[in-house]
Design a protein around this ligand. Structure first.
Ligand code: AMP
Length: 211
């Protein structure tokens, strides 16, 4: 059973590493960011309600995140564990996950310098269908602007603009960084250096997971 949390600022490479780890461990990625973007794209009332928060880089409420996760964890693919990407983001969410009885086995903080973040995020491209991330310079698709697996077009996220990026970094420092101490006290936290090539960072993660 592996229940893994990837912590780290926006642009740390959580999504990219998450895809690799999930494939290796055969567990699903639970990305509340992907779930919320899907809701926005579907045009549902719920999507309309949260779309402004996503665009400006704020956080949706702990109640909403709590019910998204509770629902997701009932799906059969979670039986061997799950990888939590971008969640929890607040102490309130971490407490809710504890209350749901999720037993975390690993919490990995991917640590990167502030100066790296903006560059990573402004060059990021995403395949909306799968949530797969690329970077125009560091992790480009075979054909520019096209997803390697499906041949579908890649997009730039609405919130990957300088204003929203700055806000997300501030929100991370205020609301999410306290989780580092929270999981340190539970003796679950491992920190890896998130700078360097994707494969090198992946090796660091695999080492920590003892795989
Ligand atoms: P991400 O793809 O993880 O960077 O998330 C994109 C956006 O979705 C964030 O900037 C938030 O607006 C929202 N979001 C994603 N996950 C959470 C969460 N756990 N708590 C609150 N807001 C979230």
């Amino acid at each position: 059973m592996k229940n893994i949390i990837l912590l780290g600022p926006p642009g740390a490479g959580k999504g990219t590493q998450a895809d690799l780890i999930c494939e290796l461990c055969n567990i699903p990625k639970i990305s509340t960011g992907d779930m919320l973007r899907e809701a926005v794209a579907s045009g549902s009332d719920f999507g309309k309600k949260v779309s402004h928060i996503l665009d400006t880089g704020g956080l949706v409420s702990d109640e909403i995140i709590g019910s998204l996760i509770e629902d997701r964890l009932t799906k059969p693919d979670c039986v061997n564990g799950s990888l939590f990407d971008g969640v929890p983001r607040t102490l309130g969410q971490a407490t809710k996950l504890d209350e749901m009885g999720v037993n975390f086995t690993h919490v990995i903080e991917i640590s990167v310098d502030d100066s790296v973040i903006v560059n990573r995020m402004s060059g990021r491209r995403v395949h909306p269908g799968s949530g797969k991330n690329y970077h125009i310079e560091y992790n480009p698709p075979v054909e520019e602007g096209i997803d390697d697996d499906t041949g579908e077009p890649l997009i730039q996220r609405e919130d990957d603009n300088v204003e929203s990026i700055t806000n997300r970094i501030n929100v991370y420092k205020e609301q999410t960084e306290p989780l580092i101490d929270f999981y340190k006290h539970k003796d679950l936290l491992k920190v890896i250096n998130g700078e360097g090539k994707i494969g090198v960072i992946y090796k660091r993660v695999v080492e920590i997971l003892n795989l």
